[in-house]
Write a protein that binds this ligand. Structure first.
Ligand code: GLN
Length: 235
């Protein structure tokens, strides 16, 4: 179910993360290698990145998004522009819509509250989530994103444990970033980490065959800043 990717590090071209690798998100949109649910991710794509508008330790990072309900592999406009989009922090996803969910840009990750970009890989019973008026779509992932934003990213682990407890069939792999921090959970789906010299990649599955990719165990939270990477068990 869906594949997502996050980057925190030096500024890089979005195309270098999303399009160029041998098993990039573009390839994962039609031939994922580790996807356990669904065959391909043809129901849309979204690329979000942070635009650093001022320098300094607390420089303002503004989230920008480009989302589409069409398959990533056919988007020639994005392919043309992506090499010119550079960012130090990226959240991107290709989507395999859950049955019954709308196929439209507003249902496609990444979702945002204006500060964070967030992607959900999985499924959740919306009727078990609190009613929220701030969801971008009635898609389960959008309602889940709004719930997480309302509770705060610092409470992400607790929120996932609580929702996972209420909905035993839920799969709750979350990936979120705010320009300075990248956080992800594993709850029912795959996630891998690549520590590069210039930054960290978190991805539903490796985008190439670099032996440096590490699998994140299920039911964990990964918390990344420029100088720290932590794995925290979710109990
Ligand atoms: N349930 C979400 C949707 O319908 C995410 C699906 C997924 O992870 N494939 O978009």
């Amino acid at each position: 179910m869906c594949r997502h990717l996050g980057w925190l590090g030096a500024p890089v071209a979005v195309s270098a993360l999303v399009l160029d690798p041998t098993h990039s998100l573009r390839v994962q949109s039609y031939a994922p290698r580790r996807q356990k649910h669904g065959l391909m991710n043809a129901d849309g794509w979204g690329v979000g990145f942070f635009d650093r508008v001022s320098d300094g330790p607390s420089g303002d990072d503004v989230p920008r998004r480009w989302r589409s309900p069409a398959p990533l592999w056919g988007d020639a406009s994005f392919e043309s522009v992506a090499p010119a989009l550079r960012s130090h922090c990226v959240v991107a996803a290709v989507r395999s819509a859950t049955v019954g969910m709308p196929i439209e840009a507003s249902a496609t990750a990444p979702f945002t509250d204006g500060r964070w970009l967030l992607s959900h890989n999985g499924v959740v019973d919306r009727s078990l989530l609190p009613v929220t008026s701030s969801a971008e779509s009635f898609c389960d992932s959008a309602v889940l994103a709004a719930t997480i934003f309302e509770r705060g990213i610092d409470a992400l682990g607790e929120t996932i444990v609580e929702i996972g407890g209420a909905d035993p069939l839920a799969r709750l792999n979350i990936l979120a970033a705010n320009g300075h921090r990248l956080v992800a959970t594993t709850w029912g789906d795959t996630l891998s980490v690549l520590r590069r010299d210039d930054g960290v990649v978190l991805a539903s599955e490796p985008y190439d065959d670099d032996p440096g990719w590490e699998d994140v165990p299920d039911r964990h939270l990964v918390d990344v800043t420029v100088d720290r990477l932590e794995f925290i068990p979710l109990v």
